[in-house]
Design a protein around this ligand. Sequence first.
Ligand code: SF4
Length: 392
Amino acid sequence: MKVATARTSETALYAMADVSTLPDRLREIRRTIREEYLQSHDKPWILGFSGGKDSTLLLQVVIESILTISPDQRTRSVYVLSNDTLVESPVYQSQVVKTLALISEGVSALGLPIEVVQTHPEEDWTFWVNLLGRGYPAPNRNFRWCTDRMKIRPTTRFIREKASASGEVILLLGVRKAESIARAKRLEGYEAKATEGRLSPHNDVKGCLIFRPIIELTNDDVWHILLNVRAPWGGNHRELVTLYRNAQGGECPFVMSEADSPSCGSTSARFGCWTCTVVDKDGSLTGLIDAGFEYLEPLSAFRERIKAVSESPEHRSKVRRNGQPGLGPLTLEARRMLLDELVAMQAQTGLDLITDHEVRLIKDWWGRDETTAVLRDMDRLNQLAAPRSEIP
Ligand code: SF4
């Protein structure tokens, strides 16, 4: 539905949404948010913000709810947490950056205790340092090393810091049962495990409780609200809707655990990392290119290139990182070749694709791997030169 609705004319979209009960359901959502906010504890709220439609709507209703509370009772800290993998689709990322700046200015003008926070992967665990430094092959369904390192770890680090400072935190997620049958089943499982009213404990992060205020909204509800209601931080959501239309729907949600991550990179069309090779065909980049963003063409071609090089045995070491025979990391030649191509593409497109610091870290890994290879060769030579009786 997402795609069909986003691509349908807005007038038709209003007709498709069953809106008769929406005002009542929204009132109930705001009431529960308000009730949770006014609980007599000072656990901070952390709202997972991906910039997609669901987390945008969640932030909208959270701000609207807090605005109904008298200023002297607005004491709970709220963090709007957004993660940048550093390889996000440039079109999508510039929209998120713009929205985060608007939110930051908007909430400060409204005098709300809300802070926007952006996390990133650690410098030695970025996409490029792993692919071109360590020589990890481009991620695929069997070896999806990226989600944990680029999404789960950075946000979890922030949540753990806040949980250890405050005892516990409450993570607000814009997940909804209507996203898919599998998602609905998982969410019903979490609801059954809820220990503190509406809150359920996070499976992996101690001291983190999860609150899912818009869990029952349908896709039509979400589009209807976003198309009809102004953002409390200023402006409207039309650009976001257009972006969905151009990117052919789909999205990479805010990911907080492996259990929640199957949709990351696994749907056929999405926002998210432009480098994503977990999807067979990147419908998001091609959708944007078809919509007129031709400058993304070299990125789409490079995505195919890293996939092809990673799948080609001639560009893979015959020794694994642990020294055992088998298909190992990308060869140093392949890593050098891809880095040169990436740097050339950065110069050609004028887009920020890789930083100088990442290039330095990548070269550090090459140095380490060259040393390991020399030591392995010396070891092998020593074994060959050793008297037969010394060979085990
Ligand atoms: S979008 Fe693709 S590359 Fe990015 S973290 Fe998800 S699976 Fe990995």
